[in-house]
Design a protein around this ligand. Sequence first.
Ligand code: ADP
Length: 223
Amino acid sequence: MEILEVINLNKIYGKGENKVIALKNINLVFEKGKFTSIIGPSGSGKSTLLHCIAGLDNITSGKVIIDGKNISKLKEEELSKFRREKFGFIFQSFNLIPVMSVYDNIVLPVTIDNKKIDKNYIKNILDLLKIKDEINKFPNELSGGQQQRVAIARALVNKPEIIFADEPTGNLDSKTTDDVMNLLKICVDEFEQTLVMITHNNDIAKMADVCIAIQDGNISNVV
Ligand code: ADP
């Protein structure tokens, strides 16, 4: 079943001399419960594509349809609610809130909407990510790898339908990379979540069900 469809997507940054055509007439379909990796050289348009399909950036033309809804037509408020309820984001920069404890950072996407915290589910995530001893600390007391795992826990806490990840293991050592990938695979295989991940790591790209290669703003290959 398809969960996300991209139709004739174009993205242009700037105007006149500064104009950059970042994405050219992209058409893609993402299936529910599958892991899709996005690869390509630096500057090819990977992050732009991820941001456009996740409703984090305006598109210049075309359609992004998620769960039957054209997200480019949603008002900003509707879109941010849609994002909070359906998406989890994992970026290279962790964007943790320094004055909040690790635990409060993790549950923020739930508490912000006054929803109930699923303590068992959170305990599972903390165990799998090996951060349960850190929950009362503050982000600046953690290593980079630990902060990334906290950011991953936060992205998963709402049980998102789609997890968008931009090089989530880029700053991690190989052992932590394996732990993170194992957890994300569990999300896909057992919880039927859909994972869309940019990576430079060929081994990770190959773990995906579908691998999209992008070059100069065009899809150069889908396998
Ligand atoms: P990648 O993620 O593959 O490294 P990006 O999506 O970041 O590539 O960038 C694609 C192209 O769009 C590049 O030429 C980049 O310089 C340009 N670009 C990205 N973001 C902006 C922006 N905010 N303003 C202008 N140009 C941008």
